[in-house]
Design a protein around this ligand. Structure first.
Ligand SMILES: [Zn+2]
Length: 150
């Protein structure tokens, strides 16, 4: 399942990427282009706008809440998505690209020394070069996800 989100849903798009879902963040004003992009890649439109013209084959989920937790709950419930540990943290949160594993030695000069010493597994975004590792942030994310999915 793939998504395209309108610009008021930036935080939700990051969360869907954390969950491993292919989520494009659409920041233009032209709703016609949005529909074209959605149909081209078979993406479900997630939006808080009520005025998107419905066309054939266009799937739209109108997001009700302002709170990102409630937004995520709604998406998971209405589309019956399950948390899949295998794809969790598999995408770049910034640009949606699939992350690749990288040898620890290769990122030695690119992360803080403390991180290098304490972490074992690293992934890198092949597009924007951002480096990811587990650490405390990871734990917080999992905790939030558990709260949401309870
Ligand atoms: Zn990236």
């Amino acid at each position: 399942m793939k998504f395209i989100l309108t610009q008021e849903l930036g935080r939700l798009s990051k969360w869907l990427r954390i969950l491993g879902y292919d989520s494009v963040y659409f920041t233009q004003e032209n709703m016609g282009t949005l529909i074209v992009e959605a149909l081209k890649d078979e993406r479900i439109i997630l939006t808080r706008h009520q005025k998107i013209p419905l066309g054939r084959g266009v799937k739209i989920l109108n997001i009700k809440s302002d709170s990102v937790k409630e937004q995520l709950q709604q998406v998971l419930a209405e589309l019956q998505l399950k948390l899949d540990e295998d794809i969790l943290f598999s995408r770049c949160i910034i640009c949606n690209t699939l992350l690749e594993e990288i040898e620890k030695e290769e990122i030695k000069d690119k992360v803080p020394e403390y991180v290098f010493k304490t972490q074992r597994n690293f992934t890198v975004c092949p597009k924007c070069q951002r480096i990811y590792w587990q650490g405390t942030h990871w734990g917080n994310v999992k905790k939030t996800l558990e709260e949401i999915t309870q």
